[in-house]
Design a protein around this ligand. Sequence first.
Ligand code: HEC
Length: 188
Amino acid sequence: MSDNHIKMGKTTPMQFIMAVLGGLFAPLVAIILIVGLVMKVQASHIPDTAKQAESVEAAVDARIKPVGTLVVADANAVHVELTGEQVFNAVCTACHTPGALGAPKFGNKGDWGPRIKQGYATLISHAENGIRQMPARGGNPDLSDLEIERAVAYMADAGGAKFTPPAAPAAAAPAAAAPAAAPAAAAK
Ligand code: HEC
């Protein structure tokens, strides 16, 4: 015990200072190294984070893309005109196949004969505006005039008429020529 005490007492101030400095310096070096390491790791992650953000953005873009590229049908967009048969099968058949509400039956010449005598234009007008139990445009206001004209011709022709519906939808350019041709076709 006393020996130890004597040894401790022999520690010079210089040794003490060195010990204290060493004791402080070693952790300091360690701290500096750790901080340096962390900084390095962080620095190496900066581009990664940017890349990650990019890929996240790309993923989000990919997810919202279907919505973004949706082609929303515009009311003013070109309306695809159905054929008379398509209109009939979509709308008119509901009444005109069974003869519901007293509708002239499809393909029945007895039903259609007197109606055909009224003429194509009158039938078109009745189909477009409705007559008695026959709803305007068969109850589908989205049908264009051309579609009604085609459907009337389709039904009337099946009932013995020989109506020729106006050919192609009057596009912007040939519109001038179409009206001249249409009456000639209808007059037949
Ligand atoms: C809700 C049932 C119903 C639908 C759907 C319907 N019709 Fe009719 N349609 C009738 C009835 C009923 C009559 C007979 C009306 C009368 O003369 O009293 C008729 C008559 C007609 C006539 C003869 C009109 C006349 O002056 O003699 C035409 C042409 C006609 N329909 C066309 C169509 C076309 C084209 C469609 C489809 C776009 C259609 N109809 C859809 C019920 C319908």
